[in-house]
Design a protein around this ligand. Structure first.
Ligand code: FE2
Length: 330
């Protein structure tokens, strides 16, 4: 049987059935997220389940041939429906004394709510900002207010609301989160988003959706999405397109190596999916060399050091810190 994708790998799994039942029961998406928290905790703590997650990805041509770039946080797919997406994200640790450095720009996730359970490593420190951001369209100088400043170890699972700007700081040690995304409201267009035939046209589709009348709800300005950073004591906006184009185009062999090193470093440190269990998966189907090389080192028990792929965040002043934010937002 072809293993093109493993999208149905967890179909019918008791945890997934539980999430599906909660989605049906809670029409309000914020209630759904609250209700799903204990299930995320169960999944994140269940080593046998996490091991199946690794197996799902290591047999998934889509994941194996993923075009890793600076834009992507190394991740594992778990399960995706029209209503929600379950994934694992990995966060690299900063070097000594860099925990106060921003891991990326201040951003929001459009109309998606995110619930995150930190299940491995130190977890990260984070800030949520007031949704009401003022941007001067000419100078791009912006005004933001910090609403909540927390560490994952004190709020776990934690939540980021739709349109809510937030920032993550580099964690003390390599960390992993089990997360669920979902649109904040169930919309007729949700099924289109997941339609495999339409996927190649996703970007065009997004613009089409805006024109088809979601604009009334989201506001026409939403089509232009900003990210934010701090420079010389002020919050500065940068269009998402400008911010991401550079990191998306950084997708060469170096970035692939980085993603694989993170993934196998995580497997080694977490003890999820023992080498003995995973070993047969290196044999079948065509695999990219960078995958096989790191997999082989992992199977041989070589120590795989942690790696931080970027200190520079694709912004004019390279990076900014917690103190810079507090100062600029006060
Ligand atoms: Fe985010």
């Amino acid at each position: 049987m072809s293993q093109a994708t493993q999208a149905d790998f967890f179909q019918g799994h008791p945890y997934i059935e539980e999430v599906n039942a909660l989605e049906k029961r809670h029409t309000d998406r914020r209630d759904f997220h609250k209700a799903v928290e204990p299930v995320l905790v169960k999944m994140g703590r269940d080593k046998a389940f996490l091991s199946k997650v690794i197996e799902r990805n290591f047999t998934d041509e889509g994941w194996l041939n993923f075009d890793w770039s600076d834009y992507n946080i190394p991740f594992f797919y778990v399960h995706e429906t029209d209503d929600y997406i379950l994934k694992i994200h990995l966060f690299p640790a900063g070097g000594a004394d860099t925990q106060h450095y921003a891991a990326h720009a201040i951003h929001h996730h459009n109309n998606y709510i995110l619930t995150t359970y930190a299940f491995f490593g130190s977890g990260y420190e984070s800030m949520l900002f007031d949704k009401d951001v003022t941007v001067d369209e000419r100078s791009l100088k912006s005004s933001m207010r910090v609403n909540k400043h927390f560490h994952q170890k004190d709020w776990n699972p934690s939540r980021v609301d739709s349109w809510e700007p937030h920032i993550v700081f580099l964690p003390e040690s390599l960390s992993a989160t089990f997360l669920m995304w979902s649109p904040d409201v169930k919309r007729k267009t949700d099924a289109l988003r997941n339609n495999r035939l339409l996927k190649p046209f996703k970007k065009e589709l997004r613009h089409l959706i805006y024109r088809l009348g979601m604009g009334d709800k989201l506001g026409i300005a939403r089509e232009k999405t900003y990210q934010f950073y701090v420079d010389s004591g002020t919050v500065q906006a940068i269009s998402e397109e400008d911010y991401f184009s550079k990191s998306r185009s950084a997708n060469g062999p170096k970035e692939k190596e980085y993603a694989m090193q993170m993934i196998f470093s995580f497997l080694q440190r977490s003890g999820i999916g023992s080498a003995i269990q995973l070993a047969p998966l290196i044999e079948n189907t065509e695999r990219p060399d960078y995958f096989k090389t790191w997999f082989d080192r992992y199977l041989k028990g070589e120590e795989i050091p942690e790696v931080l792929h970027r200190y520079k965040l694709n912004i004019p002043n390279d990076s900014y810190t917690k103190q810079d934010i507090i100062h600029a937002c006060s």
